[in-house]
Design a protein around this ligand. Sequence first.
Ligand code: ADP
Ligand code: MG
Length: 377
Amino acid sequence: MEAPGCINEHAQSDLLERIKELSCLYGIARLAAETNLSIDAVLDGVVEVLPAAWLYPDGACARIVLDDRSHSTSNYTRRVRHRQRAPIIIDGRQRGYIEVAYPQEKPERDEGPFLKEERALLDTVAREVAAIIMRREAEQDKVKLEEQLRHADRLATIGQLAAGVAHELNEPLGHILGFAQLVQKCPGLPIQAKADVDRILNTSLYAREIVKKLLIFSRQISPQKTRVNLNHLVRNGLNLLEFRCASDGIVIRCSLSPDLPEIDADPSQVTQVFVNLIVNAIQAMPSGGTLTICTLKERGKVSLTIEDNGVGMDEEVLQKIFTPFFTTKDVGLGTGLGLPVAHGIITAHGGSIKVESKVGKGTTCRIQLPTKRNRLL
Ligand code: ADP
Ligand code: MG
């Protein structure tokens, strides 16, 4: 039988341990309540509150690993004498773990130098951390979805506006072109006047191209699909641009998959996408560079990747590239319609377009198009 003083001491140390546990859980709850903290900041905070809840707080260190990212107390070292771990399980999948460790030797307790209660606490903390991450990620997804919806909404409005403007402009432009062509045919036209009419013609043709792009962007021109091989379209597009690349000091590296399945696509629209992307790549390499073009057969899809090692884009530009009329180029060099048009065309073909870029390193555009036969054809 234990002496009353001894029981009292036990009860007191138990109580102390419970208080430490509760302080730890309270600290984590407070971190979870700070909605403006990022997940990383919350995890940094959680590792800091953990050691104080363990039996030897001064000798304890803690670490959380989530998706290969690690958060640890400053005294954490990989070479520890004893460690306790609990998995972080989110949506039934282990995404990482939480660990408390003693770098130095400690006296034996229930589980090595750890208490049973500490195991239970670590499991509770791991579950709590998983719940926090799940909530934060759900919030992030919601914000992202709302932003995508706003973007789609903006695009639809701009699309309607663009279609309206394009239709209105088409007719007067047709007149300008038609009359300029008539003037050009007038006998005895002075040389200067002829040169000026040529300029009117060229500028009107350029304007008509923009109108056409607007109509494609706003899906007023639907794709005229046939069975085509993407490699042929790439070769045709390259024929148009090879000379320009060579004169700009750009080396083309082309790797076209020999067993590419055919796709249902509008050849001129897909060529337009290709040309838009290549022109962007050329403009991004003003002092030359390498343009890598690659086609690949994938499951149920074909992909086309266009990579340049030009100036690249920062995150801010990258966010806006599919917004109509967004351009960083001078007047005459860019209309800000190349990528929105490409996006419109590829979406109308049931495909996807993704752009990755790093400032000073270059840009990669990847298009995927389905190979499934369109039964309406
Ligand atoms: P535009 O070329 O007429 O400006 P785009 O829609 O084709 O319009 O492109 C929008 C913007 O995206 C460009 O102004 C440029 O800032 C950026 N961009 C597009 N492609 C590239 C690229 N390959 N490298 C660097 N920046 C690019
Ligand atoms: Mg462009």
